[in-house]
Design a protein around this ligand. Structure first.
Ligand code: AMP
Length: 195
């Protein structure tokens, strides 16, 4: 089973690259942010619980996001593997993910997409203008960077050498090529994929 885990700050391009990898590997793309946004749009109980937290750029509780991930990876389309985007974001989530993957018998391929802060800020600004994502607006975006520094960076340190770093600067195609070579075995393992 191939469990690809894309890490990186807000605006690093995790979603874009996860979608490409998903198409190339024939594995489902699981974005906790997208699942939460959908729940907010639908006004479900989960959405009502998450809405205000997301709007302010904070993290939804570890318990809630773990529940989302456990439920999603248990579905039949994840049997051959999956691409995780936006999970884990702190050390507790990383430890929980290790337990989930152990149970599934999956060894994760962890990749951190690194982009300088000034470029990230520009990207979020552009995305806010194009897509109107509420949490890309400046106050929430600042908060998301602060959460990344306070929670996700220490998680990366905890993972240590288990994470491969890839530069997320350049064209989407270039970044994708770097990701593929960082993931070599995982990508090559998927039969019948040409892109
Ligand atoms: P993203 O689309 O990954 O940028 O996520 C958007 C927002 O969803 C985040 O700012 C959080 O409020 C929430 N979220 C997504 N993934 C997680 C996670 N793993 N843990 C906690 N909150 C999350």
């Amino acid at each position: 089973m191939t469990a690809v885990v894309l890490l990186g700050p807000p605006g690093a391009g995790k979603g874009t690259q996860a979608a490409r990898l998903s198409a190339a590997l024939g594995l489902p793309h699981i974005s906790t942010g997208a699942i939460l946004r959908e729940a907010v749009a639908e006004g479900t109980e989960l959405g009502r619980a998450a809405r205000e937290i997301m709007r302010r750029g904070r993290l939804v509780s570890d318990r809630i996001v773990l529940g989302i991930v456990e439920e999603r990876v248990a579905r039949p389309d994840c049997r051959a593997g999956f691409i995780l985007d936006g999970y884990p974001r702190n050390r507790a989530q990383a430890e929980a993910l290790d337990r989930v993957l152990d149970r599934l018998g999956a060894a994760p391929r962890l990749v951190n997409i690194a982009v300088p802060r000034a470029e990230l800020e520009q990207r979020l600004l552009r995305r806010q203008q194009l897509e109107g994502r509420e949490d890309d607006a400046s106050d929430a975006a600042r908060q998301r960077f602060a959460v990344h520094a306070a929670e996700s960076r220490p998680m990366l340190a905890w993972y240590g050498g288990r994470v491969v770093e890839v530069s997320g600067v350049g064209s989407r195609a270039d970044i994708f090529a770097r990701l593929r070579s960082a993931l070599d075995g995982a990508v090559a393992a998927s039969p019948g994929v040409t892109s």
